[in-house]
Design a protein around this ligand. Structure first.
Ligand code: CA
Length: 231
């Protein structure tokens, strides 16, 4: 039997009690856990080894969680590192801002560890699934699923992990119309906690990335129905 390494999770949280609780719960769930108390410690840990997933608290002393997420998205080594943000308040602007800087999901405190673990597994599942096939082509876009690379007119395109999965899904289902909830099911997985407007945030980011190549028109809004990808 093949033994697969446990997924490595880096927990970034300044409150020691919460950090330790997370370490305990995640270790028990079979993850390998590392801890960081602030953004600087997190950067150091990531320099040593990029984890499989980052559990990142919004409120940190010094560099905030959202600024760290933003920074990690800019660096090629961590561009596709899955990030789940922890936020103390369920404020809408936090959620949207977190998703806009490239977090894959967010969890509002207080949360149940069961729910958190389910979300971690969902994010990891999505990441692993999108690594499976080969080269796909649609219009001017070429998507290499194994190398996680996208090119438009032979120019490399930088996409966040969710935009990559979204584009991958669209390119696998050309000309079909999908509602927001269908896109949530297919691209985000069976995750009942994510709101439909999350889809719009990521569609906007995908279009923005494709815009310099004129390929943003591939992603079409179908009024009253959802979205369609049509090169
Ligand atoms: Ca905190």
């Amino acid at each position: 039997m093949m033994v697969k390494d446990s997924p490595k999770i880096l927990v970034v949280e300044d409150e020691a009690a919460i950090r330790e609780m997370l370490n305990f719960a995640l270790s028990r769930a079979g993850f390998e856990v590392a801890e960081a108390a602030d953004a600087r410690q997190a950067q150091d840990a990531i320099t040593q080894q990029v984890p499989d997933l980052l559990l990142l608290d919004w409120m940190l002393p010094g560099t905030s969680g959202v600024d760290l997420a933003h920074k990690l998205r800019q660096a090629s080594r961590t561009r596709e590192l899955p990030i789940i943000m922890l936020t103390a308040r369920g404020e809408e602007e936090h959620k949207i801002k977190g998703l806009e800087v490239g977090a894959d999901d967010y969890v509002t405190k207080p949360f149940s560890t069961q729910e958190l673990i389910a979300r971690i597994r969902a994010v990891l599942r999505r990441t692993i699934h999108s690594q499976n096939d080969g080269l796909m082509q649609a219009g001017d876009i070429t998507l290499d699923t194994s190398g996680h690379r996208v090119k438009v007119k032979d120019q490399p395109l930088e996409l966040g992990p969710t935009e990559f999965r979204l584009l991958h899904f669209f390119m696998s289902h050309i000309d079909r119309v999908f509602s927001r909830s269908q896109l949530l099911d297919h691209v985000w997985g069976d995750n009942v906690y994510i709101e439909e407007r999350t889809v719009d945030v990521h569609i906007r980011r995908l279009r923005r990335a494709l815009e310099p190549f004129g390929a943003d028109q591939y992603v079409q809004t179908v009024r009253g129905a959802g979205y369609r990808f049509s090169p």
